[in-house]
Design a protein around this ligand. Structure first.
Ligand SMILES: Cc1cc2nc3c(=O)[nH]c(=O)nc-3n(C[C@H](O)[C@H](O)[C@H](O)COP(=O)(O)OP(=O)(O)OC[C@H]3O[C@@H](n4cnc5c(N)ncnc54)[C@H](O)[C@@H]3O)c2cc1C
Length: 552
């Protein structure tokens, strides 16, 4: 049995994006950091590696170049409308949110740009809302895809980490799983836990939990950056709020297994207050990965607005629950249907333009920074290859030439044949009749036409309006959509410098938190909902704030 002990100025628990940002800021200030992670070195960077690298930026150069008029005021209006802060403990989260929107409207782009990060020229329009001006959603496109996706966001921090290790300022201890925070005289002064056996698991794969030793790491300050709970279905279900209906029986996972949520309870035991545990951000357009890397691995479709969205019984989802408009509104609606899945019906012409898959490995052209591949895959004719692979291999796809065969295929891939062919046919034909004029009473058809006035969407993201039953647009495609777990919006309550607060609202001496574990700042800077691209940004911001504050 190995027994190891370490000492430094700061112990950081979790080498994801938030932990790396804080660590590199601390090292820049000459502080000695012990960086602990339960996974092997192959997984350094945590979830951010797998991410699409979409970043929320406000009034950016990229927005201005394509004519988008954005401002702090508009973004803050949108944030408040989405967050709907309504609890006394939302005071710090709200302050974090405002500071974050200021950061996203100001220094964020320049800070990352100076570190070599670049973005695609066409900001995407996520979470379009569909309610009034003070309701949920982005008034304008703000989702900036990083060139190189998630690995492109991580790259500068991994570079800075390597440099700090070479200078002897950071000790990275992988396979060190924290099981406890140590407390002396009311102050947190270290972390202890198990040394796990070496693992050859590849990035993202589950790794062994066999213990071969124990360790203690001591420092006057401990920063918790251990991520959320998304891979722990028991915790997700236990925290599932009534407002979203009954917890789904069937879930798929949008995050690797290390997103296990264990550290939240460990941090609570050391004196932290956890808030907003019922606030989570799960997706409603999940598909089972045909080539899974982690357990229950699902992929999120980032949809554009043209697909027809039906519930498990074939009823169209109500206004404004169109693809890409209101994630949690849709989730709450699904909860009322009594089933965990819904359906997209679309055409080849729609899938060619409108399906994007979230995740670095699903976008090899962007992740590999190949201009040629991007032009071919995204602007050229045909279906992008990762999507074509899902159509061939994916368990959730049905592709047929005519509607009757499509509906029969849809009924074949669910446990029970829930769809009444007459009902589905009626929805499809009724929707198609609304396409005959350049105007319509159908809100989704209006939204499609309005969205195409944003030039990048018209060129690359939204198919020209057409009838689903137009043979020229076919074949027809149906996709069964599952609920996919992803982000934890609540978390460890912190003040505006990242100090952890206890039940009495006072800082717990020696204890700090950042990233998803801290609800991306304050214990939940998103409130109830996100505007997207705000998670990586929340880790960058809260990691930087905590790192700099700890460095003094
Ligand atoms: C597929 C995918 C796509 C995404 N796309 C986007 C996007 O486009 N835009 C966006 O803004 N966000 C996106 N996200 C979300 C974003 O990537 C995450 O919210 C963010 O990276 C979380 O970073 P973190 O550092 O807080 O936590 P993590 O990345 O989860 O890192 C936490 C680390 O702590 C370690 N750890 C946990 N417990 C312990 C313990 N007890 N002892 C030791 N170590 C421990 C874990 O092993 C892990 O390495 C995406 C996420 C995924 C998975």
């Amino acid at each position: 049995m190995i027994e190891a002990s370490y000492e430094g100025d700061v112990v950081v628990v979790g080498a994801g994006l938030a932990g790396l940002v804080a660590t590199t800021e601390l090292a820049d200030a000459g502080r000695k950091v012990i960086l602990l992670d339960q996974e092997p070195e192959a997984s350094l960077g945590g979830q951010a590696f797998w991410s699409l690298g979409g970043l929320f930026l406000v009034d950016s150069l990229e927005q201005r170049r394509v004519g988008i008029k954005d401002s702090f005021e508009l973004a803050w209006q949108d944030w408040e409308g989405s967050a709907e802060f309504d609890r006394p403990e939302d005071d710090w989260p709200r302050r974090w949110a405002r500071a974050y929107v200021e950061f996203a409207s100001g220094e964020k782009r320049a800070w990352l740009h100076a570190q070599g990060v670049r973005w695609l020229p066409n900001p995407g329009w996520a979470e379009r809302g569909g309610y009034g001006a003070i309701g949920h959603g982005n008034s304008v496109p703000r989702f900036h895809l990083t060139w190189g996706t998630g690995p492109g966001v991580l790259a500068p921090f991994l570079r800075r980490l390597a440099d700090a290790r070479a200078r002897g300022l950071v000790q990275v201890l992988c396979r060190h799983r924290v099981d406890d925070l140590t407390v002396a005289g009311g102050a947190v002064d270290g972390a202890s836990g198990a040394i796990l056996e070496p693992s050859a698991a590849r990035r993202g794969q589950g790794s062994s939990r066999v213990e071969m030793g124990v360790f203690v790491a001591r420092a006057p300050s401990v920063l918790v950056t251990s991520g959320g709970i998304g891979a722990n279905f028991d915790l997700v279900r236990a925290n599932w709020p009534e407002r979203l209906g009954p917890a789904p029986k069937r879930l798929i996972s949008g995050v690797p297994e290390h997103v296990d949520g264990r550290m939240l309870e460990i941090t609570r035991r050391a004196g932290a207050r956890l808030i907003g545990s019922d606030r989570m951000w799960h997706y409603v357009e999940g598909i089972q990965n045909w080539a899974p890397i982690w357990r229950h691995h699902g992929i999120r479709i980032l949809p554009a607005p043209s697909s027809l969205w039906l519930d498990a019984r074939g009823r169209r989802l109500p206004v404004p629950l169109f693809p890409g408009f209101d994630t949690l509104g849709t989730l709450a609606h699904i909860g009322k249907t009594g089933y965990d899945h819904t359906w997209f019906i679309l055409t080849k012409k729609i899938i060619e333009r409108e399906f994007a898959l979230s995740g670095s490995e699903q976008n090899p052209d962007l992740t590999g920074k190949s201009v040629r591949a991007v032009l071919k895959e995204r602007l050229g004719p045909g279906i992008p290859s990762p999507i074509a692979a899902f159509m061939r291999e994916g368990a959730d796809f049905v592709v047929e030439r005519d509607l009757a065969a499509l509906i029969a295929g849809m009924n074949r891939i669910t446990d029970d044949p829930l769809l009444d062919p007459d009902r589905v046919t009626r929805e499809v034909i009724a929707r198609d009749r609304e396409m005959a004029n350049p105007y319509s009473k159908d809100s989704q058809v209006m939204a499609i036409r309005a969205s195409r006035r944003y030039l990048p969407d018209r060129i690359s993201r939204i198919a020209a309006p057409h009838r689903l039953l137009d043979p020229e647009a076919g074949p027809l495609i149906a996709v069964r959509l599952n609920i996919l777990t992803r982000k934890t919006l609540g978390g460890i309550h912190t003040d505006l410098s990242g100090r952890v607060l206890g039940d009495d609202g006072e800082p717990v001496p020696g204890l700090w938190a950042a990233g998803e574990a801290a609800g991306f700042g304050g214990g939940g800077m998103h409130g109830y909902r996100s505007l997207e691209g705000t998670f990586l940004g929340g880790c960058l911001f809260s990691g930087r704030v905590a790192g700099r504050a700890l460095a003094g």
